[in-house]
Design a protein around this ligand. Structure first.
Ligand code: DQA
Length: 146
Protein backbone atom coordinates (compact mmCIF):
# COMPACT_ATOMS: atom_id res chain seq x y z
CA UNK A 1 0.00 0.00 0.00
CA UNK A 2 1.20 3.52 -0.78
CA UNK A 3 2.21 5.53 2.26
CA UNK A 4 0.25 8.72 2.95
CA UNK A 5 1.37 12.12 1.72
CA UNK A 6 2.42 14.36 4.59
CA UNK A 7 1.09 17.93 4.40
CA UNK A 8 3.09 19.97 6.91
CA UNK A 9 2.41 23.53 7.98
CA UNK A 10 4.75 25.85 9.82
CA UNK A 11 4.39 28.61 12.40
CA UNK A 12 1.37 30.90 12.62
CA UNK A 13 -0.58 28.99 9.99
CA UNK A 14 -2.88 27.85 12.83
CA UNK A 15 -4.09 31.48 12.80
CA UNK A 16 -5.26 31.42 9.18
CA UNK A 17 -8.69 32.97 8.78
CA UNK A 18 -7.95 35.82 11.18
CA UNK A 19 -4.23 36.43 10.56
CA UNK A 20 -3.63 39.29 8.08
CA UNK A 21 -6.62 38.25 5.94
CA UNK A 22 -5.70 40.87 3.33
CA UNK A 23 -2.59 38.76 2.63
CA UNK A 24 -3.63 35.22 3.53
CA UNK A 25 -7.39 35.29 2.92
CA UNK A 26 -10.26 34.10 5.12
CA UNK A 27 -9.89 30.32 4.80
CA UNK A 28 -8.84 28.58 8.00
CA UNK A 29 -6.28 25.78 8.11
CA UNK A 30 -9.17 23.38 8.83
CA UNK A 31 -10.85 24.57 5.59
CA UNK A 32 -7.62 23.91 3.68
CA UNK A 33 -7.27 20.48 5.30
CA UNK A 34 -10.78 19.59 4.13
CA UNK A 35 -10.02 20.66 0.54
CA UNK A 36 -6.70 18.80 0.53
CA UNK A 37 -8.25 15.57 1.83
CA UNK A 38 -11.16 15.75 -0.63
CA UNK A 39 -8.78 16.18 -3.57
CA UNK A 40 -6.43 13.46 -2.31
CA UNK A 41 -9.37 11.05 -2.15
CA UNK A 42 -10.01 11.53 -5.89
CA UNK A 43 -6.43 10.32 -6.46
CA UNK A 44 -6.72 7.45 -3.98
CA UNK A 45 -4.16 9.14 -1.72
CA UNK A 46 -4.21 9.34 2.06
CA UNK A 47 -3.11 12.54 3.81
CA UNK A 48 -1.45 13.18 7.15
CA UNK A 49 -2.09 16.89 7.79
CA UNK A 50 -0.17 18.67 10.58
CA UNK A 51 0.80 22.13 11.81
CA UNK A 52 3.46 23.19 14.28
CA UNK A 53 4.91 26.42 15.61
CA UNK A 54 8.11 24.56 16.54
CA UNK A 55 11.03 24.06 14.18
CA UNK A 56 12.28 20.86 15.86
CA UNK A 57 8.88 19.23 15.65
CA UNK A 58 8.79 19.89 11.91
CA UNK A 59 12.30 18.40 11.59
CA UNK A 60 11.04 15.30 13.47
CA UNK A 61 8.11 14.95 11.06
CA UNK A 62 10.38 15.25 8.01
CA UNK A 63 12.61 12.52 9.48
CA UNK A 64 9.52 10.40 10.14
CA UNK A 65 8.54 10.88 6.48
CA UNK A 66 11.69 8.93 5.45
CA UNK A 67 9.87 5.68 6.31
CA UNK A 68 6.21 6.65 6.70
CA UNK A 69 5.34 9.02 3.82
CA UNK A 70 5.30 8.76 0.04
CA UNK A 71 6.00 12.49 -0.33
CA UNK A 72 5.81 15.79 1.54
CA UNK A 73 3.86 18.94 0.73
CA UNK A 74 4.98 21.74 3.02
CA UNK A 75 4.19 25.34 3.76
CA UNK A 76 7.13 26.04 6.07
CA UNK A 77 5.86 29.61 6.62
CA UNK A 78 8.60 31.83 8.12
CA UNK A 79 10.96 28.85 8.52
CA UNK A 80 11.30 28.82 4.71
CA UNK A 81 13.45 31.90 5.04
CA UNK A 82 15.52 30.91 8.07
CA UNK A 83 15.74 27.19 8.75
CA UNK A 84 18.88 25.29 7.82
CA UNK A 85 17.63 22.48 10.08
CA UNK A 86 14.54 21.98 7.90
CA UNK A 87 16.68 22.29 4.76
CA UNK A 88 19.08 19.61 6.06
CA UNK A 89 16.20 17.31 7.06
CA UNK A 90 14.83 17.55 3.52
CA UNK A 91 18.29 16.85 2.05
CA UNK A 92 18.10 13.51 3.88
CA UNK A 93 14.64 12.70 2.49
CA UNK A 94 14.59 10.82 -0.78
CA UNK A 95 10.92 11.50 -1.56
CA UNK A 96 9.14 14.14 -3.66
CA UNK A 97 8.83 17.50 -1.90
CA UNK A 98 6.48 20.30 -2.95
CA UNK A 99 6.58 23.71 -1.25
CA UNK A 100 3.46 25.87 -1.09
CA UNK A 101 3.01 29.50 -0.05
CA UNK A 102 -0.41 31.12 0.10
CA UNK A 103 1.04 34.54 -0.70
CA UNK A 104 3.76 35.30 -3.22
CA UNK A 105 6.85 35.96 -1.07
CA UNK A 106 8.72 37.36 -4.09
CA UNK A 107 6.36 40.34 -4.13
CA UNK A 108 6.85 40.98 -0.42
CA UNK A 109 9.64 42.10 1.91
CA UNK A 110 13.19 41.41 0.83
CA UNK A 111 13.81 38.99 3.71
CA UNK A 112 11.16 36.66 2.24
CA UNK A 113 13.02 36.32 -1.05
CA UNK A 114 15.54 33.83 0.32
CA UNK A 115 13.86 30.43 0.63
CA UNK A 116 15.89 27.39 1.70
CA UNK A 117 13.07 24.90 1.11
CA UNK A 118 12.72 25.84 -2.56
CA UNK A 119 16.32 24.64 -2.97
CA UNK A 120 15.30 21.08 -2.10
CA UNK A 121 11.70 21.04 -3.41
CA UNK A 122 10.82 19.37 -6.70
CA UNK A 123 8.25 22.12 -7.29
CA UNK A 124 7.00 25.30 -5.68
CA UNK A 125 3.53 26.89 -5.80
CA UNK A 126 3.17 30.46 -4.58
CA UNK A 127 0.57 33.20 -4.54
CA UNK A 128 -2.58 31.19 -5.30
CA UNK A 129 -4.03 30.92 -1.79
CA UNK A 130 -5.56 27.59 -0.66
CA UNK A 131 -5.89 26.33 -4.24
CA UNK A 132 -2.09 26.06 -4.21
CA UNK A 133 -2.38 23.18 -1.72
CA UNK A 134 -4.94 21.44 -3.93
CA UNK A 135 -2.74 21.83 -7.01
CA UNK A 136 0.16 20.45 -4.98
CA UNK A 137 -1.92 17.33 -4.24
CA UNK A 138 -2.57 16.88 -8.00
CA UNK A 139 1.15 17.21 -8.73
CA UNK A 140 2.09 14.89 -5.86
CA UNK A 141 -0.32 12.24 -7.19
CA UNK A 142 1.66 12.24 -10.46
CA UNK A 143 5.03 12.18 -8.67
CA UNK A 144 4.21 9.27 -6.36
CA UNK A 145 2.87 7.20 -9.28
CA UNK A 146 6.33 7.26 -10.87
C1 DQA B 1 3.81 32.08 3.92
C2 DQA B 1 4.79 33.17 3.49
C3 DQA B 1 5.88 33.35 4.55
O1 DQA B 1 6.78 34.37 4.15
C4 DQA B 1 5.26 33.75 5.88
O2 DQA B 1 6.26 33.83 6.88
C5 DQA B 1 4.14 32.87 6.29
C6 DQA B 1 3.21 32.38 5.29
C7 DQA B 1 2.63 31.94 2.92
O3 DQA B 1 1.97 30.91 2.96
O4 DQA B 1 2.38 32.86 2.14
O5 DQA B 1 3.93 32.63 7.48
O6 DQA B 1 4.48 30.84 3.97
Amino acid sequence: MTHPVYVLNGPNLNLLGTREPEIYGRATLADIEKQVKARAKTHGLKIVFRQSNHEGEIVDWIQEARTKASGVIINPAAYSHTSLAIYDAFKALDKPIIAVHLSNPHQREHFRHRDYVTLVAKGVIVGLGPIGYVLAVDAMAELVKK
